[in-house]
Design a protein around this ligand. Structure first.
Ligand SMILES: NC(=O)C1=CN([C@@H]2O[C@H](COP(=O)(O)OP(=O)(O)OC[C@H]3O[C@@H](n4cnc5c(N)ncnc54)[C@H](O)[C@@H]3O)[C@@H](O)[C@H]2O)C=CC1
Ligand code: BAL
Length: 499
């Protein structure tokens, strides 16, 4: 368990932080080609933290050229996997050395609680880099069945230059989910952080250089979606895009690829994830704790947040009573106070979006109030299945409750949105648990618990939640490599004529 500091100690650290503000391309910090900057704001206070380089198409071009040079000359892509492993492990050690600085920077820039940054975001970022580093020199290529006078090898090669487009809800962790396997595989990357939260990615790039990742291999280009994300998505010399964010923007990347070089596209997008609680669920208090954690953790700014509770009507009241009790324990306020479990929403725009769902006419069972232009109380609503709060990804601490009469209706309702990222099912009946887990169309289903799995299990979605691949596990290695088949003729030259 991480040793947490006091609020005052975190405030002192925050005041002393040196914030990186320039793009990081070809191994050094540089201003945007245009010289323009944009403000990055602490959403909890509204204060401007720093002016960050507002990059554009020229900067994307420069970063892609440098990433391509690095890839083609093999300074990283052709190292022995064990050499990449050693450097990435050194990188993980430097992240560990700087973990407190990164946690405070992440909390300030995103509004996430320091508790989560210290206990989840930063440690999982480090273990993700380590996991892919440790895996890379243990993955074997294959030899296919073939006749005695041939050998057919199936080898995996790094995809090449990869554009990584990140969301703001887990700035460090999503960076790690993508650069961990991409760098381990030997790719060169151009990262576009979300404009709301660029700081930690810029700092991490410097630590990567210090660890020995060669220049040009890891480039960070901050800026807006249209000015940086689109030129990256349309670039003719980018071999692949891996994106996490909204389904709407994910669709754009498919169009960019279709209109340019048909680069590979992997999309990890939104969710409207159900917690299904059947009448035979055991230990409703424990179920309630999972439901509350699933709905309110990270202020619900989580693609796999359990934002829909589907409960059989016999147990609805008993479950809700316990859910209210657990939700009341989720204290909200200054993200740098380690006692707080609910911090600020990421931006005033996003705060406005979440608040708009509180005014759609749904019955408010708990919470429902917003504070100081940044904070939304853990909120429990009751609205019908066709309503906006039941269908749309709110990405805030808002749980919608719906009752059902039995298993079949519960599963049908669980599947009734355009999304299919994650789901939980709570029941003491093993058959129902497994039938439900199979029938729910989602990339991850947890039984009698809530979670996303871990670095060793694939993460991604069905339906409009996902496209093209999976983050985490060796499935992520597959994402950043492509298959090549090599045939070799072993026959004696004198055996037979060709043709
Ligand atoms: N992990 C997830 O599933 C996430 C889902 N969202 C959902 O999306 C909603 C909107 O949040 P946004 O920040 O606007 O998400 P977004 O999908 O627009 O942003 C994600 C990334 O895409 C980039 N981007 C935006 N527009 C682009 C464009 N036209 N071309 C290329 N790149 C572009 C952004 O700069 C950012 O780096 C949230 O309220 C939430 O519902 C947002 C972030 C993460
Ligand atoms: N929950 C990890 C992925 C995401 O929310 O973007």
């Amino acid at each position: 368990m991480t040793d947490l500091l006091t609020r005052e100690e975190y405030k002192t650290l925050a005041a002393k932080l040196a914030l990186p503000t320039s793009a990081f391309i070809d191994g050094s910090y540089r201003p945007a080609h245009s010289g323009k900057t944009f403000s990055t704001v602490n959403p909890a206070t509204g204060d401007t933290l720093a002016e960050v380089a507002a990059c554009g198409a020229e900067d994307v071009e420069f970063a892609v050229v440098k990433a391509r040079e690095a890839f083609d000359d093999g300074r990283w892509s052709k190292l022995h996997p064990s050499e990449r492993k050693d450097i990435l492990i050194r990188f993980a050690k430097l992240l560990t050395r700087n973990r407190r600085e990164l946690a405070v920077m992440e909390s300030l820039d995103s509004g996430k609680t320091i508790f989560d940054c210290e206990t989840v975001d930063v440690p999982e970022t480090i273990s993700c880099i380590k996991w892919h580093a440790e895996a890379i020199d243990k993955i074997y290529d294959q030899v296919s069945p073939a006749s005695d006078d041939h050998i057919a090898m199936i080898v995996r090669e790094p995809v090449g230059v990869v554009g990584l487009v990140l969301p703001w809800n887990f700035p460090l962790l999503m960076l790690a989910w993508k650069i961990g396997p991409a760098l381990a595989a030997g790719c060169s990357v151009v990262v576009k952080p979300a404009e709301e939260t660029s700081l930690t990615a810029l700092r991490v790039a410097e630590l990567a250089m210090e660890a020995g990742i060669p220049r040009g291999v890891l480039n960070i280009v901050p800026g807006t979606g249209p000015e940086v994300g689109e030129p990256l998505g349309r670039h003719m010399d980018v071999d692949m895009i891996s994106f996490t964010g909204s389904t709407e923007t994910g669709r754009r990347f498919l169009r960019y690829a279709a209109d340019s070089n048909l680069k590979e596209v992997v999309l990890e997008m939104g969710g409207k994830n159900p917690s299904v609680v059947l009448r035979d669920a055991e230990n409703l208090d424990r179920v309630a704790a999972h439901v509350v954690n699933g709905a309110f953790w990270n202020m619900g700014e989580n693609c796999s947040a359990s934002s829909r509770l589907i409960v059989e009507e016999e147990i609805k009241d008993a479950l809700l009573e316990r859910i209210f009790a657990h939700a009341r324990e989720w204290t909200m306020g200054d993200p740098l106070d380690p006692e707080h479990r609910v911090g600020a929403l990421v931006s005033s725009d996003h705060f406005g979006k979440v608040c708009s769902y509180l005014e759609t006419g749904a019955t408010v069972l708990m919470g429902g109030k917003a504070h100081d232009g940044a904070f939304v109380e853990p909120t429990i609503l009751e609205a019908s299945r066709g309503s906006r709060v039941a269908q749309e990804e709110i990405f805030g601490p808002v749980l919608n409750v719906m009752t059902v009469k039995g298993f079949d209706e519960a599963i049908e309702l669980a599947n009734s949105t355009e999304y299919g990222l994650a789901a939980s099912i709570f029941t003491a009946n093993a058959k129902k648990a497994l039938r439900g887990a199979r029938a729910i169309r989602a990339g991850t289903v947890t039984v009698n618990c809530f979670g996303e799995g871990d670095i060793a299990t694939p993460f991604g979605g069905f339906k409009q939640s996902g496209f093209g691949g999976r983050d985490n596990s060796l499935a992520a290695h597959d994402q950043y490599t492509q298959i090549k088949t090599i045939w070799l003729d072993l026959s004696d030259d004198e055996d037979e004529a060709v043709g």
